[in-house]
Design a protein around this ligand. Structure first.
Ligand code: 2P0
Length: 335
């Protein structure tokens, strides 16, 4: 079957010639944490997922990016005030993304990106990074693309970036089309001002297997993965109910089971993929014990050893006493 390249898909929506203009201010996009995870691709070129996913954006924690015209001989990528080497893997991905929109035009760029996500918190930055880059590209080339198109194009940089164009709860529809133009994210209307997310840092060391390779390995080798799309569809529907009825127990239970189901498929891969460390398991047991004692808290985990704890502001003081080093995020602002 004939597949689409990113360039082919994007070209349909671009003017014949681009007119770049240096940005004065930075574009910002928040990081996000999925309550129903994206795990597995049906198309690796376009980052088209096997299942729909649902996340919550992390308010002011994320990435800011601007693009300047440069008179240097090479494109430049600056991350947190440090000029990256041309062969740095992040720099290569950023320039490849710009190239989808530059369309061979004769100019060089300087891309400046800053993450305010504490690296110590062990949060991924590719989602917010590519969402902020997409917004910057939109402004730099004066494309005036709407947010749905920006979501689709940000996805081509990194799947989870499709969700980082928006605040609050965000659903990324898997879509059906071969060109992926119905695989886009959109925000839900519902708010949850009392919701809190605590970050339990187990390790911030670079993970041995990145999530892109991890999901490919799972899809290719784990028979258990067959059940994942069903699990994700059921969880997505339950999360909608939980959010509409503001049922925290249902929200937490669903998110925790979804994360553990995803990790089960990783563990069932070959070679096995276990992102947990001993301290991750200790934290899980502690959360289960506190829940048995009546505290309302649940966790989710991504492709790494750190835990993200879900709770409501009413329990914040008690939960923070139990986890004194935990950083607390208010995804819907302070209430
Ligand atoms: C998520 N993750 O839904 C899931 C849960 C990790 C575990 O999205 O290959 O960096 O760039 O599309 O978006 C991380 O995967 O992967 C991710 P690519 P991405 O948040």
């Amino acid at each position: 079957m004939l597949k689409f390249t990113k360039q082919q898909v994007v070209a349909e929506y671009l003017p014949d010639t681009v007119s770049p203009q240096s940005m004065k201010t930075f574009s910002f996009a928040p990081s996000n944490i999925a309550l129903c995870k994206y795990w597995g691709k049906r198309d690796a070129e376009l980052n088209l997922p096997i299942n729909s996913s649902l996340s919550v954006s992390l308010a002011h924690l994320g990435s800011k990016t601007r693009i300047l015209l440069s008179d240097t001989e090479q494109d430049q990528v600056v991350l947190n005030d440090e000029l990256l080497a041309a062969d740095n893997s992040f720099a290569v991905k950023v320039i490849a993304f710009i190239d989808m929109f530059r369309r061979g035009a004769d100019h060089k760029v300087r891309v400046e990106t800053e993450n305010n996500i504490p690296t110590a918190a062990g949060l991924a930055s590719s989602a917010s990074g590519f969402a902020a880059l997409m917004q910057a590209v939109n402004e730099f080339y004066r494309l005036e693309l709407d947010l749905s198109l920006q979501s689709a194009f940000a996805r081509m940089g990194s799947g989870s970036a499709s969700r980082s164009l928006f605040t609050g709860f965000v659903e990324w529809q898997m879509g059906q089309r071969e060109d992926g133009m119905d695989s886009i994210a959109a925000p839900l209307a519902a708010q949850w001002p009392e919701l809190r997310i605590g970050l339990i840092k187990v390790s911030t060391a670079q993970k041995p297997v990145d999530s892109r390779s991890g999901m490919n390995r799972t899809v290719a080798t784990a028979h258990l993965y067959q059940s994942w799309p069903m699990q994700a569809a059921a969880d997505l529907s339950q999360l909608h109910t939980a959010i509409e009825t503001q049922d925290f127990k249902l929200l937490g239970q669903t998110a925790e089971q979804n994360a553990l189901s995803m990790h089960a498929t990783m563990i069932a891969s070959w070679p096995p993929l276990l992102y947990w460390q001993a301290d991750s398991v200790t934290a899980m047991h502690k959360i289960w014990q506190l829940r048995a004692e009546g505290l309302s808290l649940y966790f989710t985990m991504d492709a790494g050893p750190n835990l993200k704890v879900l709770f409501n502001t009413a329990d914040e003081a008690e939960i923070c006493k139990q986890f004194p080093d935990m950083q607390v995020i208010t995804p819907f602002g302070n209430q």
